[in-house]
Design a protein around this ligand. Structure first.
Ligand SMILES: *[C@@H]1O[C@H](CO)[C@@H](O)[C@H](O)[C@H]1NC(C)=O
Ligand SMILES: *[C@@H]1O[C@H](CO)[C@@H](O)[C@H](O)[C@H]1NC(C)=O
Length: 364
């Protein structure tokens, strides 16, 4: 059942990439009869305001068979486990340190797909003002069939803990194994299939901005997550009629619209706003070679910066298998208190700083 995927990917982080599933589908300049090759529609997907400075501007152009706007009106879809904002009415608020046992994969008679299986664990802020973040888990045992989903509220950083994910996106296919992560940005449609059956994992959602690689300072040009190890799918399209449901998460609520064709009809694309995955085994961990224990920020894979220098809305940090050796050092890790909130999950193995009982699929 577990065949290794042979998908192709493009490498790089934040690069301007190009991909075409048919030769010549990407227009170069303007074509003289003012139509795209193969009569495709040109559609821009902006991930930032139009006017954001060039170094932070993110957008892609999609060349597709049908424009995205071809669907019926949206209707409200009930979903009892997603939390939209984190105020005192909605949430349990407590200063107590909390630990959750591994979240259960559904055992009701209901089969549950990735979207139905999303459950909010905690968060802060509000997607309506594009500030803050949410932490969800997903617990799924069914592939999404003729259903596509996009998040209008922010970007999803998905961390499968059990079971591979085969994710079909408008930009192409990404297979994500446990110990890999993927980021699917705001507005990008995707469907999740489960080639191994039931799957469980964590989702970090950021409302305001996008993930980027942390600055390296005196570490230099290399280290931590290297840009070349990020992988973006290549264009793949399907031209077909059929009944599809398109689910949108919009201001924390779910809505569904019906459509009469496959939404994955992008034949070619170019730009720097595209989903990507990263294998955590490629993380180049830094550590002490003399004494003491660096702050855990040394393990930052991706950061989502706030408007205040050095302060993140969210940092995605890992504690990978690594050597920890030092002389004349207090037993690491040190106890610490800080002004950030932390959520920790476990993909595999044992975390050295927790006494027993912190299992894969759990949270704290
Ligand atoms: C999902 O869970 C239901 C209820 O336990 C079960 O009947 C079904 O076989 C499961 N599906 C898969 C693909 O594991
Ligand atoms: C699902 O979509 C495909 C096209 O992508 C279509 O061939 C098929 O009929 C659809 N299934 C249903 C149940 O409508």
């Amino acid at each position: 059942m577990t065949t290794k995927s042979s998908r192709q990917y493009l490498s790089g982080f934040g690069s301007h990439l190009t991909s075409e599933a048919l030769p010549g589908a990407l227009p170069i300049g303007q074509n003289s009869p003012q139509v795209c090759p193969y009569n495709l529609y040109a559609e821009q997907l902006s991930g930032t305001a139009f006017t954001v400075p060039r170094t932070h501007n993110q957008r892609s152009w999609l060349y597709r068979i049908r424009p995205s706007v071809c669907h019926k009106p949206f209707e409200k879809l009930e979903h009892s486990h997603l939390l939209s904002s984190f105020d005192k009415k909605n949430c349990v608020i407590t200063p107590t340190q909390i630990r959750w046992s591994p979240f259960d994969i559904p055992e009701t008679n209901e089969e549950t797909d990735f979207v139905q299986g999303l459950k909010t664990v905690c968060g802060a802020g509000d997607p309506s003002v594009k500030e803050g973040l949410a932490i969800h888990v997903y617990l799924a045992n069914k592939s999404m069939v003729n259903t596509t989903f996009y998040n209008s509220d922010g970007d999803f950083l998905i961390v499968p803990q059990q079971g591979r994910l085969e994710i079909r996106t408008e930009f192409g296919y990404i297979d994500v194994d446990p110990n890999e992560i993927c980021v699917i940005q705001r507005g990008i449609k995707f469907s999740v299939a489960l080639p191994d059956g039931p799957s469980r994992g964590y989702v970090l959602e950021v409302f305001g901005s996008h993930f980027e690689l942390p600055d390296l300072g005196p570490i230099g040009a290399n280290g931590l997550a290297n840009p070349r190890d990020f992988q973006t799918p290549v264009a793949a399209y399907e031209e077909s009629q059929g009944d599809w449901s398109m689910i949108s998460k919009f201001d924390g609520e779910l809505f569904v619209a019906e459509m009469d064709h496959c939404p994955y009809n992008v034949v070619a694309w170019h730009g720097n706003y595209a989903p990507y995955k990263y294998n955590l085994a490629h993380f180049n961990a830094m550590n002490t070679v003399t004494f003491d224990h660096p702050d855990p920020s040394i393990f930052t894979v991706l950061t989502c910066k706030s408007a205040y220098p050095g302060v993140a809305i969210a940092d995605f940090v890992i504690f990978p298998p690594r050597w920890a050796c030092g002389e004349h050092t207090f037993r690491p890790p040190y106890f610490h208190r800080n002004c950030m909130s932390e959520f920790m999950g476990l993909i595999t193995g044992e975390y050295e700083a927790k006494a027993g009982g912190f299992l894969p699929g759990a949270g704290r």
